[in-house]
Design a protein around this ligand. Structure first.
Ligand SMILES: *[C@@H]1O[C@H](CO)[C@@H](O)[C@H](O)[C@H]1NC(C)=O
Ligand SMILES: *[C@@H]1O[C@H](CO)[C@@H](O)[C@H](O)[C@H]1NC(C)=O
Ligand SMILES: *[C@@H]1O[C@H](CO)[C@@H](O)[C@H](O)[C@H]1NC(C)=O
Ligand SMILES: *[C@@H]1O[C@H](CO)[C@@H](O)[C@H](O)[C@H]1NC(C)=O
Length: 355
């Protein structure tokens, strides 16, 4: 029964696209194998330029190494920057008619529908496109989630014999002066994290948090990095990327208020200089070999049965972030609510600071 529903839907989709004008962009799903795509990408020049959202330059080094190892002769020319800066620079390329990026993978989910409307994204469906959960993808293949990202609570197990399991635990007296947190007014996913907690635990929770005198930093990776240093004076964080720092830090999913998860979303530019390289990258990102290597949340609905299902996860709504991001007026109001209390984010770009 479960498998017959998608097949009815796809029959309807075929029927409606047959009725539509023949120019309608009913891009077919890629049929070439990874090896065939690899050959096409090599012929094209063997490069793919990727702009990936993030806040440390090294964050996609692992992706680059794995891609280049898997596809000899290919170069993944990857640049990490905050999604909110990558999107601005991409808009400049688009405006100047000088697109030199092939693939973008950003947290700014609100940009994708706009770029699609502008006609600057390639409508392309990689292999396994049909298995991507509906809420994560554009029906025409202009963009789609490839991985589930989320924020957790994290603490240093050597400096703290308690635990930061729930958001309320941050108010424990022993954590005074020992919390390190990312400015919510500097990153919209962190902003959403705080917004969700306050909606559940109230402004009182946030006011009490401020009396704990937390240290506020730029960059969602910075707290985890600080906590994994042997000489750290910080003990715990939340609302940021977890980090399994060689057994020094532990991380978990809070239960007393929702935590943030979202589909990190990818697209290929219509004017990409290396379209075959970008297609190879995207097919690989969505492949069994990449996604099903070990149990984790996934954007695909056909994962092995031992994989956790993000839609069944308690205390997180994986589709909520996109909705939050699309309402820019609300995002601005929430951001300035925090900025009124915290001031503007201080410090160097998290890509330039030492940690
Ligand atoms: C690599 O990426 C950078 C930054 O996006 C870009 O300026 C450069 O042209 C790219 N190199 C190649 C070989 O495409
Ligand atoms: C902590 O250790 C790092 C190197 O791991 C060093 O750069 C830093 O100066 C040390 N900080 C303190 C306060 O000792
Ligand atoms: C990490 O936290 C989890 C959840 O609270 C707990 O079950 C586990 O024992 C902890 N591990 C370590 C190494 O502290
Ligand atoms: C999750 O969020 C979406 C978008 O805000 C909303 O439509 C949906 O009802 C939410 N689901 C649950 C189970 O709360």
């Amino acid at each position: 029964m479960r498998s017959s529903i998608p097949s009815i839907l796809s029959t309807l989709a075929v029927a409606s696209s047959a009725l539509a004008a023949p120019t309608a962009s009913a891009a077919a799903v890629e049929t070439r194998t990874l090896d065939e795509l690899h050959q096409a990408a090599l012929k094209e020049g063997g490069v793919v330029t990727l702009w990936h959202g993030g806040d440390e330059k090294y964050q996609q080094d692992g992706l680059k190494q794995a891609f280049e190892k898997r596809f000899p002769g290919m170069t993944l020319n990857s640049t990490v920057d905050l999604s909110k800066y990558h999107d601005t620079r991409l808009d400049e390329q688009i405006a100047a008619n000088n697109v030199y990026v092939d693939s973008i993978v950003l947290q700014t989910l609100h940009d994708y529908p706009r770029w699609k409307d502008q006609g600057v994204l390639m409508e392309y469906k990689p292999q396994n496109f049909e298995s991507i959960a509906e809420p994560f993808k554009d029906a025409d293949g202009a963009y789609y989630g490839y991985a589930i990202f989320g924020w957790s609570t994290t603490w240093n197990t050597q400096k703290y014999n308690g635990a930061l399991r729930d958001f309320k635990d941050a108010l424990k007296p022993e954590l005074k002066d020992k919390l390190i947190l990312t400015y919510p007014n500097d990153d919209d996913a962190v902003l959403y994290a705080f917004d969700l907690v306050i909606k559940t635990l109230g402004v009182e929770w946030f006011d009490s948090l401020l009396t704990q005198n937390p240290t506020w930093v730029r960059g969602s990776a910075t707290p985890g990095t600080q906590l994994s240093l042997a000489n750290t004076s910080y003990v715990a964080t939340f609302g940021t990327g977890g980090r399994s720092g060689g057994g020094i830090v532990n991380t978990t999913r809070p239960t007393d208020a929702p935590f943030v998860t979202w589909p990190q979303t990818a697209a290929i530019l219509k004017d990409a200089p290396h379209p075959e390289g970008a297609k190879l990258l995207h097919n690989w990102l969505l492949s069994d070999e990449k996604l099903f290597a070990s149990p984790q949340w996934t954007v695909r609905t056909d994962a092995p049965s031992n994989f956790p299902n993000i839609f069944e996860e308690k205390n997180t709504n994986v589709t909520g972030f996109r909705e939050f991001m699309l309402d820019r007026a609300n995002v601005e109001r929430v951001r300035f609510w925090f900025e009124t209390r915290l001031g503007t984010a201080q410090g160097l770009s998290p890509l330039e600071d030492a940690l």
